[in-house]
Write a protein that binds this ligand. Structure first.
Ligand code: 5GP
Ligand code: MG
Length: 177
């Protein structure tokens, strides 16, 4: 199995700093802004973005998280469906600009489930999407507003996002079997 380094710690830090600035630029500051990370990688990244946003704007941004797991039901033995398991969103999403945050965007099915889950909680003014890596292969009309790195992959490749919060040295690698 081959492993190729795609982003090192500095690359990740700079990408997140850029994305924090892009979020603030697009939304003209933190008013009505909230971040919702998708467990587990997306939650770590949401906290890193919130820290940067707070440093830039001197104002806090609320953070929540969604736990979306793959679920295999009897009707779809071949295809696993991402379903919302738990939510921890300690603020009212109504009228907020909610930025979903995830580590890797692939088919888009997880984000679809996340949007469904969010809209069950209230009526956001807008939902945006930030991802560290967009690896392509979308199966739904979903697109990220903020992208750390576009990484064209083949379907059988696997992207690993390793983060300090999980006890690793920060890096993104691609695995080829
Ligand atoms: P999707 O639902 O878009 O197919 O997949 C996105 C979700 O699955 C994300 O939460 C992401 O963490 C995970 N995922 C999909 N492909 C990869 C990958 O190649 N590497 C990693 N680390 N996660 C992936
Ligand atoms: Mg994930």
């Amino acid at each position: 199995e081959q492993e190729r380094l795609i982003m090192d710690a500095g690359d990740i830090a700079r990408a997140l700093t850029r994305v924090a600035h892009e979020i603030l630029e697009r939304n003209k500051g933190v008013k009505d802004l909230a971040l919702v990370g998708i467990r587990t990688g997306g939650v770590h990244l949401a906290h890193r973005l919130a820290k940067r946003i707070q440093e830039i704007e001197q104002a806090p941004v609320p953070i929540g998280d969604l736990d979306i797991t793959l679920y295999r039901d009897d009707l779809s033995l071949r295809k696993e469906q991402p379903v919302l398991r738990t939510t921890s969103v300690p603020f009212d999403v109504s009228d907020k600009i909610v930025v979903l945050v995830d580590d890797v965007l692939f088919t888009g099915r997880t984000i679809r489930a996340a949007m469904d889950g969010l809209m069950d909680l209230g009526r956001p003014a807008e939902i945006q999407l930030a991802v560290l890596v967009d690896r392509g292969h979308r199966q739904l009309p979903i697109k990220a507003n903020y992208i750390g790195k576009n990484l064209p992959t083949s379907r059988d490749e696997q992207v690993q996002v390793l983060l300090e919060e999980a006890g690793e040295d920060d890096r993104v690698v691609i695995l080829k079997s």
